[in-house]
Write a protein that binds this ligand. Structure first.
Ligand SMILES: Cc1cc2nc3c(=O)[nH]c(=O)nc-3n(C[C@H](O)[C@H](O)[C@H](O)COP(=O)(O)O)c2cc1C
Length: 143
């Protein structure tokens, strides 16, 4: 099992409609490829955690890096892992409202995801905060 965590900036044409489209495609492809994870969107930044078989995750990351709907893609952490964090999520989605419960700890209205990404442990703690948050599994931006 392999994981990749990265941060990126949504490009200007990447609207909520585009994000809903990304999630539809992701949930279809990821279930076919054994990939699970979560996409966090704090306008205009993305934070994504991908996990699954190494070839699936690395091939997907190559595709994602070439996607013009975002830029400034920066890998925070990657490597082997024993267990999945999100075994049941083909791609969970956390938008602005879903970040509110984390606000007390991370001061997320002042903090950018890029600055959070400077610290790998903090980044993983934010990702882990979404474990068992079941509604995010079919969640999408409200379009
Ligand atoms: C921020 C972001 C996250 C993405 N996450 C995934 C993903 O988890 N799975 C996926 O298949 N595609 C994801 N994509 C879309 C891919 O870049 C690519 O468009 C898609 O996989 C192509 O699918 P297709 O070959 O079925 O057309 C993501 C794109 C962006 C911009």
């Amino acid at each position: 099992m392999f994981f990749i965590l990265y941060v990126s900036k949504a490009s200007e044409q990447c609207s909520d409609v585009e994000i809903a489209d990304i999630l539809r495609t992701s949930r279809k492809n990821n279930s076919a490829n054994g990939v699970t994870g979560i996409l966090v969107y704090k306008k205009p930044e993305f934070f994504q955690f991908l996990e699954g078989p190494e070839e699936s995750v690395t091939a997907l990351y190559e595709k994602i890096k070439n996607d013009t709907r975002h830029e400034l893609i920066k890998t925070i952490s990657q490597g082997e892992t024993d267990d999945r964090i999100f075994p049941n999520w083909e791609m969970g989605f956390a938008g602005e409202g879903d970040l509110l419960p984390l606000q007390w700890k991370w001061d997320l209205d002042k903090l950018t995801l890029f600055s959070l990404a400077e610290n790998m442990d903090d980044s993983m703690e934010v990702i882990r905060a979404f474990i068992d948050h079941q509604p995010l599994d079919k969640n999408s931006p409200h379009t």
